[in-house]
Design a protein around this ligand. Structure first.
Ligand code: PBG
Length: 347
């Protein structure tokens, strides 16, 4: 078929091209690899990564997490070895989550305050293994320690109380800081906890312990494999919607971030990550504070599942998602893919 704009071979007649002299050809810079490298706007490095690690009891133990292919919980000695691996790969920081033995979980999560709990033992072992070469970030929330799997302390009606929980979180953060944590990361979404933790850290002489606030944390369906990994999945009844945010809300995320910065957060986090890049972007544009994104367990599992059925190349999908986080404005990403990404970048 030809019409007045095309000739017999179907080529658009020069007169009808929007740029007949070819002044603007955006494909020029994409022609060769060297040029694409030169034009690249976003660069990923191992320093952008934080590697979450699951700690379990025992010695020499590695327990695969069924829902997270390739991820296993490790006993304290195994975790120390992984921390060394992280440092060798150029990953600057690991994030610790304990799988508290069932008999140590109770209504109020008292084990969170035990200076010899799994978390504190892991902190000390990592410090012994890596000195100050590696940052140690610890999760502040009660869910790995409570018999009901909620992040806080319940009142008689089963509601997660705010201020009673905050007192407990403050004590938990201090125990972690005393053990040597570099960054405490409250992931509980109670109101006012960042300020309370900051005051207590200052009062306790932990002036240089940072707070990374899980500032915009949503009540997400993408935390399933994580709850399995820390052993709270079977315990949790109901949901966390009275404290974690409604996934429908964006403006409210900015209010949460503003509050945590005001209370003394050194950095903030958006979680989950990949479906919430608009939030990452808005935080990046509205605040002068580092913003991290958590590529959650469910998001990790989605890529692994897609790769397994041949829906795409795993490594390529992972690198594309990580690049998207950076492009959106994230300072860094917490991801179970951290060692894979670091290896791909280092090769
Ligand atoms: C617990 C906590 C959760 C995650 C990090 N800290 C789960 C939850 O809130 O139920 C999720 C991490 C992931 O899914 O990878 N406070």
């Amino acid at each position: 078929m030809t019409d007045s704009t095309t000739n017999s071979t179907g080529t658009i007649h020069p007169e009808f091209r929007s740029d007949p002299r070819g002044r603007k050809r955006l494909r020029r810079t994409r022609r060769h690899g060297w040029s694409r490298a030169m034009q690249r706007e976003t660069r990923l490095s191992p320093a952008d990564l934080i590697w979450p690690l699951f700690v379990c009891d025992g010695q020499g133990v590695e327990e695969p997490v069924a829902a997270l292919p390739g991820v296993s919980r490790g006993s304290v000695d195994v975790i120390a070895a992984r921390a060394k691996e992280a440092a060798a790969l150029g990953i600057p920081c690991v994030a610790l989550f304990p799988n508290t033995p069932a008999h140590l979980r109770d209504e109020t999560g008292r084990e969170a305050l035990n200076p010899d709990n799994l978390m504190c033992r892991a902190i000390r072992a990592i410090r012994d293994a890596t000195g100050t070469d590696l940052g140690i970030l610890t999760d502040v929330a009660l869910d790995p320690y409570t018999s009901h799997g909620q992040d806080g302390i319940l009142d008689a009606s089963g509601y997660v109380t705010n201020d009673v929980t905050v007192d407990r979180l403050v004590a938990q953060a201090l125990v972690q800081a005393d053990a040597g944590a570099d960054i405490v990361a409250p992931s509980d979404m109670m109101d006012g906890r960042v300020g309370a933790i900051r005051d207590a850290l200052e009062h306790g002489g932990h002036h240089d312990v940072q707070i990374m606030a899980y500032a915009a944390k949503f009540a997400s369906a993408f935390y399933g494999p994580f709850r399995d990994a820390v052993g709270s999945a079977g315990l949790l009844k109901g949901d966390k919607k009275t404290y974690q945010m409604d996934p429908a809300n964006g403006d409210e995320a900015l209010r949460e971030v503003a509050a945590d910065i005001e209370e003394g957060a050194d950095s903030v986090m958006v979680k989950p990550g990949a479906c919430y890049l608009d939030i990452v972007r808005r935080v990046y544009e509205n605040f002068d504070v580092p913003v991290f994104a958590y590529h959650t367990s469910g998001e990790f599992a989605m890529i692994e599942a897609a790769a397994k059925v041949g829906a795409g190349d795993r490594d390529a999908m992972v690198m594309e998602v990580m690049t998207a986080f950076k492009r959106a404005g994230a300072t860094g990403v917490l991801t179970y893919h951290a060692p894979l990404v670091a290896k791909l970048l280092n090769d």
